[in-house]
Design a protein around this ligand. Structure first.
Ligand code: PEP
Ligand code: MN
Length: 346
């Protein structure tokens, strides 16, 4: 007996299908007791949610306006390219992720009002499109600085006001959602250590803010896309959060010379088999400031839609991750990576 995650059916409508034709398909899906998810790109695509083993493709193929009906039988379906052939583009306050190189830069951790605003001004001047900075930090040791919490969100919001840059910060638990809303966080980052916190993913599948899902330290590509599916497909009581941005931030290998190992394979693989945008994090992937420019270029060359780079106006004084934070190097990184992006995408 197949459980209901094993298959998903998708009905592709012919280009120019009418609303009436679409309505006939969705009505028939409802007759089977299933839910549907209508996606309107160049071509209308209707996903059938819930158990589909009793549904024959023919029930839909015979309807007017239907081009084809097919089933996806892997654990991640909605995030796959079979489900959605064109790249997903996510609009964050006018910054489009998935269309042109997007650079998110800023400190690992929000430390003070001045540090956040100064760094925001600096990264904007060097060409970054968004500001990053952790208010709550997932630290390995409980004795390490845990972040400023709500005060950190306040400083991020101020820096956004001053620079106009959208802000990205990490959410560690669903109870933080109201505070994130209050301070106008533009992208909710799910950190590597929360990549498989399925309860958190379920909660975030029901919000209308973009989620930046970082790859877990020891999560395979397949497991990573399964985690993304939790956000995209929703949890039964909602239809999912379609604004999912992936991030390759290095995986744990036997190597110790670098903090992690940048998996550029994953970027190329995911671009091929998923429609979601993926950005690279050369800072956590290497842990070494001097390697950040090189690995930024490698990630963009492999097909990344953007980068998230730790930058600080005084890296030598950074409370967290100073050894991997850049300063003036950021300008050159962005310039070079934009050239590479153009070469890759022309
Ligand atoms: C971060 O972005 O500061 C961070 C904690 O990254 P990761 O979750 O990838 O370790
Ligand atoms: Mn960091």
């Amino acid at each position: 007996m197949k459980s209901n995650w094993e298959e998903k059916m998708i009905v592709y409508m012919k280009p120019g299908a009418t609303e009436e034709e679409i309505g006939r398909v969705t009505a028939r899906i409802e007759q089977f007791g299933n839910r549907h998810d209508v996606s309107r790109g160049d071509q209308v695509m209707i996903g059938i949610k819930g158990p589909t083993q009793k549904i024959d493709e023919g029930y839909f193929a015979e309807l007017p306006g239907v081009e084809r009906v097919f089933r996806i039988s892997k654990k991640w379906k909605e995030v796959s390219r079979e489900y959605h052939q064109r790249n997903t583009v996510i609009d964050v306050n006018g910054v489009k992720i998935g269309e042109g190189l997007v650079v998110i830069a800023g400190p690992c951790t929000v430390e003070s009002r001045e540090q956040t605003s100064e760094t925001a001004r600096m990264v904007k001047a060097y060409g970054a499109n968004m500001l990053r900075g952790g208010a709550w930090k997932p630290r390995t040791s409980t004795y390490e600085f845990q972040g400023l919490g709500e005060e950190g969100l306040e400083y991020l919001a101020l820096a956004k006001e001053v620079t106009g840059l959208p802000i990205v910060t990490e959410i560690m638990g669903a109870e933080m959602i109201p505070l994130f809303e209050k301070y106008g966080v533009d992208i909710y980052q799910v950190g590597a250590r929360s990549c498989q916190n399925f309860q958190l993913l379920k909660e975030l599948s029901g919000i209308n803010k973009p989620v930046l899902l970082k790859r877990g330290l020891a999560v395979t590509i397949d497991e990573y896309l399964c985690a993304a599916e939790y956000l995209h497909a929703g949890n039964g009581s909602n239809s999912g959060n379609k604004n999912v941005i992936l991030c390759e931030r290095g995986i744990r290998t036997f190597e110790t010379a670098t903090r992690n190992t940048a998996d550029v394979n994953a970027i190329a693989w995911i671009k091929r088999y998923s429609h979601l945008p993926i950005i690279g994090d050369p800072s956590h992937a290497t842990g070494l400031r001097e390697l950040v420019p090189d690995i930024s270029r490698a990630m963009v060359a492999a097909g990344a839609d953007g980068l998230i780079i730790e930058a600080h106006f005084a890296p030598e004084n950074a409370l967290v991750d100073g050894q991997q934070s850049v300063r003036d190097e950021l300008e050159g990184i962005i310039k070079k990576c934009k050239e590479i992006y153009e070469l890759v995408h022309k």
